[in-house]
Design a binder for this molecule. Structure first.
Ligand code: ASP
Length: 585
């Protein structure tokens, strides 16, 4: 047996026992005749001691050890005189009786400590060393726990875990596909799935009325911060359901995860909000409702007082920032610069301070104190609050106010990562019109059903009517992050054909790309719907982190590279020929 115990296991109750441990040398501290060695494995750290009374062979080996050497150590468990309450094994140490170096190690390029001295790039190149660090081990463990709990809950609800293929047909819609050349079919390509969407719907047609899969998805998108070209979804689909069944089932999943992974009991229903309210009150389709600071529409209240900026604006909105009326001129100028940055894009910002000495604003020239008080009341401002106003195009201004709201939430510490605010957002628009390409795009995906009451509009000839159609779609939002999204699907092949028509596909194109699913719907498709959750992101949120990279064992960097493998990389001429490929570079 290599080891009798792990490095995280021994306590005072083991005192006097002869044990054998195996692990890596985390640290060596040498105090003259006394050497302490911290031995680490994924379960913890145990202190080994070597001193003048240790066998000569042990002293000799100990003197030649380096960090990250792999050891097997035997010795007696001894009570420490100097206990370390910070670690679980801090009451004991091992009086080393024998050491075997199982493998020496080169000096690692960075310290394998909670706070490593290695930069991100260096740690990514040596990911297997970075993964030895406790914070990453915790992240990977949390991910494992989440996956087990997802399986256990969905299994208890009669879901079947079914795998779907990775080599599929390219149907670019949404993101770009990653493609794979086929050697056996010269000149033809597979695509890697952006999601198993069509397969899970076909499984519904096939009668597997509750399906799930923890599945890798591939999207060749321009990488934004914290996006991975391959990522994992908890992908789910159910037949014979309406929206309410889906929300209940997956609210159940979320509550199960809160309880089993975080120990948080959730006794009330998750709040719900329509897309329209989310935009109007939070300037975002994924509101962070850990804090209030809702947007007030002030358009009617502020117009007609000869302030040209407002009089000419189609929309004016404001947020009330609690207890910030004492913001200095400098702070307000700095905030104005913040909203003027190109990422936000405001032209300027107006403020109103409600203080104990009355009300003061940057628009005192145009508004009487009574006017300003009325505006402050409409924003539900108390004494000591600061109101920030932006104006312009309605949707853009709401988005800017939404961004400002999040910024103020951050500044005021209203977004602690150990507080969770789940939210369902529903009734999204079905389609988005794109002026550039002069066509509609599906806001969710082309299999999402219009709301039944909007079907007449869906068949209208006028594109403005079509633009008003709402989708039977919903998102699951946690702390301002979209964690999941899904919809009730179209199950009628005629409605599906109409969808492709609205999206500007010719009949032939639709048949070429999606014939398999349109045909399947002719053979008894049950009403169905589903949802998919971003598993990496959900793990990161539960772990209290913003970045998903730590929750993926071998992630890509933000240019889509695996710097450890150095991939992507060129392939040789022979491989190129076999695949009938020629480089255009
Ligand atoms: N397949 C969809 C997505 O990846 C989710 C769903 O509609 O179930 O966004």
């Amino acid at each position: 047996m290599y080891r009798t115990h792990s490095c995280g296991e021994l306590r005072l109750q083991h005192k006097g026992q002869q044990v054998t441990l195996a692990g890596w040398v985390q640290r060596i501290r040498n105090f003259g005749g006394m050497t302490f060695i911290d031995l680490r494995d994924r379960y913890g750290i145990t202190q080994l001691t070597v001193n003048d009374e240790s066998p000569a062979a042990v002293r000799e080996t100990a003197a030649a050890l380096g960090r990250e050497f792999v050891l097997q150590v035997t010795g007696a468990v001894v009570e420490r005189s100097n206990k370390n309450p910070k670690i679980a094994t801090g009451d004991i140490e091992i009086a080393t009786a024998a050491i075997a170096v199982l493998n020496p190690a080169d000096t690692p390029p960075f310290t394998i400590e909670d706070d490593s001295d290695g930069g991100e790039e260096l740690r990514a190149r040596f990911r297997y060393l970075d993964l030895r660090r406790a914070p990453l081990q915790q992240a990977i463990r949390l991910r494992h726990r989440m996956a087990q709990e997802v399986r256990s809950y969905l299994d208890s609800q009669q879901f079947l875990e079914i795998e779907t293929p990775f080599l599929i047909k390219s149907t670019p819609e949404g993101a770009r596909d990653f493609v794979v050349p086929s050697r056996m079919n010269p000149g033809e390509f597979y695509a890697l799935p952006q999601s198993p969407q069509t397969f899970k719907q076909l499984l519904m047609v096939a009668g597997y009325d509750r399906y799930f899969q923890i599945v890798r998805c591939f999207r060749d998108e321009d990488l934004r911060a914290d996006r991975q070209p391959e990522f994992t979804q908890i992908d789910c689909e159910m037949a014979f359901v309406e929206r309410e069944d889906i929300l209940q089932t997956f609210e159940g999943l979320a509550k199960h995860l809160f309880k089993s992974v975080l120990g948080m009991e959730w006794t009330t229903a998750f709040p719900r909000m329509s897309y329209a309210d989310a935009i109007n009150y939070y300037g975002s389709d994924k509101p962070d409702i850990r804090f209030d600071m809702r947007i007030s529409d002030l358009t009617d209240a502020v117009k007609g007082k000869n302030f040209a900026v407002f009089d000419s604006a189609p929309y004016i909105g404001g947020i009330c920032v609690p207890a910030c009326a004492d913001y200095t001129r400098k702070q307000l100028d700095e905030l104005t610069e913040w909203v003027k940055r190109p990422q936000i894009g405001a032209k300027g910002m107006v403020y109103i301070r409600r203080t104990t000495d009355g009300i003061k604003s940057s628009i005192d020239k145009f508004y009487t104190p009574d006017h300003l008080a009325a505006i402050a009341d409409q924003c539900r401002a108390s004494q000591g609050d600061l109101i920030l106003l932006l104006s312009g195009d309605k949707k853009k201004t709401q988005e800017m106010l939404g961004a400002l709201r999040i910024e103020m939430g951050n500044r005021l510490g209203l977004r602690p990562n150990n507080v969770f605010a789940p939210l369902w957002v529903y009734d999204f628009p079905l389609l988005e019109w794109d002026d550039e390409t002069q066509r509609f795009y599906a806001m969710h995906h082309p299999f999402t059903s219009p709301k039944p009451e909007d079907l007449p509009k869906f068949y209208a000839a006028d594109r403005h009517a079509i633009a008003q159609v709402n989708a039977n779609a919903y998102d699951f939002v946690l702390n301002g992050v979209e964690i999941g999204g899904g919809s009730i699907r179209i199950h009628d092949s005629n409605v599906q054909r109409r969808m492709f028509e609205v999206l500007g596909f010719s009949e032939e194109e639709a048949n070429y790309k999606f014939g398999f699913i349109i045909n399947a719907f002719r053979y008894g498709a049950p009403p169905h719907g589903g949802i998919a959750f971003g598993f990496d992101r959900w793990c990161a949120l539960f772990g209290g982190q913003e970045t998903i990279r730590d929750y993926i064992a071998f992630p890509k960097n933000n240019t889509g590279r695996d710097v450890m493998l150095d991939a992507p990389s060129k392939i040789d001429e022979v491989q190129m020929k076999e695949l009938y490929l020629k480089s255009a570079l």
